[in-house]
Design a protein around this ligand. Structure first.
Ligand SMILES: [Zn+2]
Length: 280
């Protein structure tokens, strides 16, 4: 039996495919990236060909695939996806499993980030994983006797201000955490990308984020928040300020550490591997 495992991260326009030697090493041994066309048959063909290239023709032992969107109940197909609309309602899990001759696990992109930290982040406590990129997502990681476990959650759509003047969120509501601090919403609110904000504008962003995290922490109390995603990694210098304000709002209820994620841009592939291991 092959010990080659495949972790796939489907982003807005590209697929990152990584090969891992076994389930316990978080190092991507070989990788291939390609642009997705959003035409399902074409993308499946390309994906299968890329995997076979990485495994030198062998059937992989398992494939984990992370993609933005929501799945049906048994997690075999997408029912909604912001980027890969052409893949929606297609039998993604069965098609890949039949094509490659191995088991396939599907997770969403925020869960993949959480799984990367849960499986390979070296954390020994329960924590909130927050993806801070174009949008805001995340999940709760619990340390259970059988190993860490990721509980799906939507912290980005926690409403922090119910008010008609609050910024509109992508989910249709107003005043969500994402509507204040998501990368796309930062660009909309300030008319420039996150990288160009002034110190005063960053004060606004970090303050809303700390208020949002206050509510998130009160909902599921933990002492650690791990932040992944593009904005979190590029703007990591602002994490200490978010941590400081969050603890100020908590007013001594508990001391919460806010830290950056471990895996950088490989997190999606590593997380898909960790989810595969957990379901194995
Ligand atoms: Zn929302």
């Amino acid at each position: 039996m092959s010990e080659k495992y495949i972790g796939i991260d489907i982003g807005g326009t590209s697929a990152r495919v990584g090969e891992f030697d076994g389930l316990d090493l978080d190092t991507v041994r070989k990788r291939e990236d390609f642009q997705i066309s959003n035409e399902y048959p074409e993308d499946m063909e390309r994906l299968a060909a890329t995997i076979r290239k990485l495994t030198e023709g062998d059937s992989p032992a398992g494939v984990g695939l992370g993609i933005a969107g929501e799945f049906n109940e048994d997690r075999s197909r997408l029912v909604q996806s912001p980027n890969a609309q052409g893949w929606v309602d297609r039998p993604l899990r069965e098609d890949l499993a039949a094509e490659l001759g191995c088991r396939v696990v599907l997770i969403n992109d925020a869960e993949a980030g959480a799984w990367a930290e849960a499986g390979f982040g070296g954390h020994d406590q329960d924590f909130w994983f927050i993806t801070w990129g174009t949008g805001v997502g995340g999940g709760i990681v619990e340390q259970c006797s059988g190993g860490p476990h990721v509980i799906a959650a939507e912290p980005g759509h926690h409403v922090i201000r119910w008010d008609e003047t609050s910024p509109q969120c992508n989910c249709g509501k107003r005043g969500c955490i994402e509507a204040y601090v998501g990368g796309a919403k930062i660009a909309e609110r300030f008319g420039k990308p996150a990288a160009e904000l002034s110190d005063k504008e960053w004060e606004d962003v970090t303050d809303w984020f700390a208020r949002g995290l206050y509510s998130v922490i009160r909902t599921r109390p933990v002492n650690l928040v791990v932040m992944g995603g593009g904005v979190a990694s590029k703007q990591a210098r602002h994490l200490p300020e978010i941590e400081r304000k969050l603890n100020e709002y908590l007013g001594g209820l508990r001391a919460v550490k806010v830290s950056g994620a471990t895996h950088g841009e490989d997190a999606g592939m590593v997380g898909a591997l960790a989810a595969l291991r957990a379901e194995g």
